[in-house]
Write a protein that binds this ligand. Structure first.
Ligand code: UDP
Length: 236
């Protein structure tokens, strides 16, 4: 449906991301859900940013369903937040540096405090909020901190376009576009309990907590219907 996903399970995705970070060429990871894939059909710049990404993991259960419907199944859902914590786990033993970019002022700092407590071996080397006008000062701050991992949490399509546009100017190991995860790390937004996650119902939990997301989520059934038609028409 226009986006090529890497068919990796969670452990393999962590391996791949860690290897990309070692290359130190500001490679970037995107974590599309059905909403992001759908948006890319009408936004060529977003489509290009997804195409150029070094690692593309299926963040939403809807992507996994659609892939199955299309006859090109993916191993499993790889939520961006779990990929990030998998990397923290691994990096904490290696003293790697992490920079948090995005969310409202104060949120990244709070997230950094929590992450530091959970993984004392990580070096939280900098934070910046996501409501800036110019890239220049942010690039300077990130480059001065020289992180191995830069979390770019500006919401889509802003974060994907930002990573694509700035990767050649950045001296970082790896970047990941992760939407609202800093709000979760900061404790401002609750993630679904594990049982809900295992049942593939994280989206429902999120909807119950933030009913204003209904308009955004209403696109999911349409996305799956499109996958069915695509399969039936033999286009895939
Ligand atoms: N955000 C930002 N800069 C902006 C717009 C949004 O830093 O110009 C942040 C916003 O504060 C939130 C995140 O981007 O922390 C987007 O969260 P959302 O839950 O919408 O993203 P999702 O996880 O659904 O992609």
């Amino acid at each position: 449906m226009g986006v090529a996903f890497d068919d990796l399970n969670m452990a393999e995705a962590v391996e791949r991301a860690a290897a990309l970070a070692e290359e130190k060429r500001a490679a970037y990871v995107v974590t599309p859900n059905p909403e992001i894939v759908s948006a890319s059909w009408k936004n060529p710049a977003l489509a290009e940013a997804l195409r150029d990404a070094d690692l593309v993991v299926p963040d939403g259960v809807g992507v996994v369903y659609a892939a199955r419907i299309l006859g090109t199944p993916l191993k499993e859902r790889v939520p961006g937040i779990d990929l990030a914590t998998g990397l923290f786990e691994r990096f904490s033993g290696e003293g790697k540096r992490v920079f948090l970019l995005g969310a409202k002022p104060g949120v990244a700092e709070k997230a950094a405090e929590t992450l530091q407590k959970t993984w004392p071996g990580l070096v939280l080397c900098g934070t910046h909020d996501g409501y800036f006008q110019e890239d220049g000062p942010v690039l300077e701050a990130v480059n001065a901190a020289a992180p191995d991992l830069l979390l770019v949490c500006l919401g889509f399509p802003k974060q994907e376009l930002w990573m694509r546009r700035n990767r050649d100017k950045l001296h970082v190991g790896l970047m990941m576009g992760l939407g609202g995860v800093l709000d979760v790390f900061a404790g401002n937004v609750q993630r679904a309990p594990e049982r809900w996650q295992k049942l593939g119902l994280e989206w429902l939990y999120r909807l119950m907590k933030q009913p204003s997301r209904i308009g955004r989520m209403a696109k999911l059934p349409l996305f799956l219907v499109k996958a069915v038609f695509r399969r039936l028409s033999g286009k895939n």
